[in-house]
Write a protein that binds this ligand. Sequence first.
Ligand SMILES: NC(=O)C1=CN([C@@H]2O[C@H](COP(=O)(O)OP(=O)(O)OC[C@H]3O[C@@H](n4cnc5c(N)ncnc54)[C@H](O)[C@@H]3O)[C@@H](O)[C@H]2O)C=CC1
Ligand SMILES: O=C(O)[C@@H]1CCC=N1
Length: 280
Amino acid sequence: MNKKIAFIGAGAMAEAMISGMVAKNWAAPENIIVTNRINAKRLEELKENYKVTISKSASEAIHQADILILAMKPKDAEQALRLINKAVHADHILISVLAGISTDLISSLLDAPVPVIRAMPNTSAAIGYSATGIAGGKFAEVKHMQLAEELFSCIGTTTCLREESLHAVTGLSGSGPAYVYYLVEAMQQAASSMDISEEEARDLIAQTLLGAAHMVKISGDHPKQLRQKVTSPGGTTEAGIQMLDHFQVKNAIEQCVKRAAERSEELGKIYTRSSSQGIV
Ligand SMILES: NC(=O)C1=CN([C@@H]2O[C@H](COP(=O)(O)OP(=O)(O)OC[C@H]3O[C@@H](n4cnc5c(N)ncnc54)[C@H](O)[C@@H]3O)[C@@H](O)[C@H]2O)C=CC1
Ligand SMILES: O=C(O)[C@@H]1CCC=N1
């Protein structure tokens, strides 16, 4: 890939993507330009760790790049886009990973007909395991979608969807790693109370999650079937699952995913409203 990519925003998600791209040799590190609002130390850290090019000026980064990746918090998007608008043109491709923010809102803040692609990756991008959903805005053509698909496929899997579905994707797989880490925290807590060391527990839990994830992906069996294969009548799993049912954990997880998706919609609405009032 000989295109230049500018990250506007240098936080956790930008780093996860940079780390994955560099590890896969998808882009030469010097072709990745990273910029943020004020934190020069953070840029130096990314330069040191990944050998990327850093820039203190977003407009300078935009002038050098072919692909722009918007990676600031939704609340900072309007200010960033007002600046980006001065440098961006229709030959750029703008990829936004912002939760909740629609391509229409982004396009409404830009004068040029820039192809905008909304993406929802997750932090497992850092090790090539992101599950990313992408959707194209009104100026995004097939060739732009293909490029975005190629980009995200270097850091995991990519699914093309209708843009309305990206709120759900955000609740499911964008935030998803955090739910899994929450489960790991709980399992580690249990292990520690039963005198298993943190290190031993981490290995046992991680391998258990990996094995179960591969089974879900490879076996083609419904998760309920997979669960039943573990559950002997009158055995340990049944006793454990009874506690999950007692605490309505399935319902809690369903509500968790739906609430996160709803929050994505809310973020979209907050910033649509604020943007029209010019007060983000
Ligand atoms: N962290 C995650 O798991 C995921 C995050 N996202 C999205 O990625 C975006 C970034 O999230 P994080 O990396 O977690 O946030 P973060 O807070 O770690 O990083 C945000 C970065 O944006 C920079 N920034 C703020 N205003 C700016 C401006 N006007 N111009 C240039 N840079 C600016 C900050 O200096 C910082 O480097 C969010 O919109 C979030 O919805 C999407 C998928 C997963
Ligand atoms: O929590 C958030 O808002 C972001 C979006 C998906 C994951 N992290």
